[in-house]
Design a protein around this ligand. Structure first.
Ligand SMILES: Nc1nc2c(c(=O)[nH]1)N[C@H]1C(S)=C(S)[C@@H](COP(=O)(O)O)O[C@H]1N2
Ligand SMILES: [Mo]
Length: 352
C-alpha cells in the first residue's frame, strides 16, 4: 500500500470547494507539498509552515510538535532506544509474539490528522492539539496474534508504569492505530517515543505513550485514571473554543474577526455559533473543512460591533446528531468526564 497521501485523498481531506470560500492557500500548499516531499526534513519544514488564514482568522491548524501540550501522570520520561524496543502482544491469544520497531514501521498503513485533548482540560484551556500521525492500524497487530473468543478489553502498558484499556471492539476498528511519527518527525520523547496509541475521539488518557505491551483480557481492566474515578468511556463530546480575541482585549470600532476551534470526536461538528450578548442570541459562524474526520475544525465570525462598551462573546457547537454543546453549571468541573461548559471571553469595544 502506498504510504503517501494520494492526490485524491488530499483534495478530499482539504475540501477543494472551500478554497473558493476565501481561506488562504498556505496550508493547502504546504499539505499538498507534504504529500510529495521526499525527505523527512522537507516534510517537517512544510508542516511547520501550516498557519492558515480562514476568512480573516489566522491560526495554526496543525500544532507544531514543540507547542503540543504534554500530560503525564508522573515526571518520568522513559528513554527507549529504537533498536532495543519491543512491543509484546499477549493475553487471550493463540500466538503471543513481539515486534521490533522496524517491523512495526514496515506495517505502516496510516497517515491521519487526529486531535488530542486531555480530559482534564478546562473549557478554553490549551491541553488540546492537532497533529498528523503516521502508524499502523492496531487491528493488524492484534490479528497476527490470533485472538481467542471472550476478549472484552485491550490493555495498553507503558514504560513509565502507566496503563489503560479500551473496549476490544473499539480496538478492532480501522480508526485506532499505533503511531511512530508525529507531524513528519519521529515521535518526540515527551509524546511517547518510539510508539504510542492513537484512539481518535477518545480523551488523551487512553492514547498511551511509550507503549511496551498489549494484552487482550476478558475482564474490565481499569487504567490509572479510571481507578481514581475518571471516566472509562472517555468519549469526547462536542466542544468549542474562542482563540481570538483573548479575554480583556480592547477592540477598535469597526470590523473584527472572531475565531477559534471546535471538535466533536466521533460525532463530528455540524455547526458553530457565536453569541455577542452573553448567550441571549446566537449567530452561525463559518466553518472550515477539517483536515480529517478526526481533526478539529477552525471557525470564524465576522463581527461589526456598532456600539461601544463591554461584550461577552460566547461560542457553542452542535454535533452531527443535532446535540448542542452543554452549557454546564456554575460549578462545572473536569472530573470525572471532562469539562462541560461554554467558553466565553469579555472584551471592550472602543471608538478610538
Ligand atoms: N505512558 C503514558 N501515556 C500517557 C500518559 C501517561 O502519563 N503515561 N498520560 C495520558 C494523558 S492523561 C494524556 S492527556 C495524553 C497526553 O499526550 P501528550 O503528552 O502527547 O499530549 O497522554 C496519555 N498517555
Ligand atoms: Mo490527560
Amino acid at each position: 500500500m502506498n504510504n503517501r497521501i494520494s492526490r485524491r485523498e488530499l483534495f478530499k481531506g482539504i475540501g477543494l470547494g472551500t478554497i473558493g470560500l476565501g481561506f488562504g492557500v498556505s496550508v493547502f500548499d504546504s499539505i499538498y507539498q507534504y504529500a510529495y516531499a521526499t525527505t523527512e526534513e522537507e516534510k517537517h519544514a512544510l508542516l511547520m509552515k501550516g498557519t492558515v488564514n480562514f476568512m480573516g482568522f489566522t491560526a495554526k491548524e496543525i500544532t507544531p510538535n514543540n507547542e503540543f501540550y504534554i500530560t503525564s501522570y508522573s515526571s518520568k520520561v522513559p528513554d527507549v532506544s529504537p533498536a532495543a524496543f519491543r512491543l509484546r502482544v499477549e493475553g487471550l491469544v493463540e500466538k503471543p509474539y513481539t515486534l521490533s520497531l522496524s517491523e512495526i514501521e514496515a506495517m505502516k498503513d496510516k497517515t491521519e490528522f487526529v486531535t488530542l485533548e486531555c480530559i482534564g482540560n478546562p473549557v478554553g484551556g490549551d491541553a488540546i492539539g492537532n497533529a498528523l500521525w503516521d502508524g499502523v492500524t492496531l487491528r493488524k497487530i492484534i490479528e497476527k496474534a490470533i485472538p481467542r473468543p471472550g476478549i472484552s478489553k485491550t490493555v495498553f502498558y507503558a514504560e513509565d508504569g502507566y496503563s489503560d484499556s479500551i473496549p476490544y471492539q473499539l480496538s478492532l476498528s480501522e480508526d485506532v492505530f499505533l503511531a511512530f511519527r508525529m507531524n513528519g518527525a519521529a515521535l518526540p520523547k515527551e509524546h511517547g517515543h518510539p510508539l504510542r496509541a492513537i484512539v481518535p475521539g477518545i480523551y488523551g488518557m487512553k492514547n498511551v505513550k511509550w507503549l511496551s505491551k498489549i494484552e487482550l483480557v476478558n475482564f474490565d481492566y481499569k487504567g490509572y485514571w479510571e481507578r481514581k474515578g475518571w471516566s472509562d468511556e472517555a468519549v469526547m463530546p462536542i466542544r468549542s473554543q474562542i482563540l481570538m480575541p483573548m479575554s480583556g482585549k480592547e477592540i477598535p470600532f469597526g470590523n473584527y474577526v472572531i475565531g477559534g476551534i471546535a471538535f466533536a470526536g466521533r460525532f463530528g461538528v455540524s455547526k458553530v455559533q457565536v453569541s455577542l450578548d452573553d448567550g441571549d442570541t446566537w449567530k452561525d459562524a463559518q466553518m472550515k473543512e477539517p483536515l480529517s474526520k478526526w481533526s478539529w475544525v477552525l471557525w470564524s465570525y465576522d463581527w461589526n460591533p456598532s456600539k461601544e462598551g463591554k461584550y461577552t462573546i460566547k461560542v457553542r457547537g452542535t454535533d452531527k446528531s443535532g446535540k448542542i454543546q452543554e452549557s454546564g453549571s456554575l460549578f462545572a468541573r473536569t472530573f470525572p468526564d471532562g469539562d462541560k461548559g461554554i467558553h466565553s471571553v469579555d472584551v471592550r469595544v472602543t471608538k478610538e
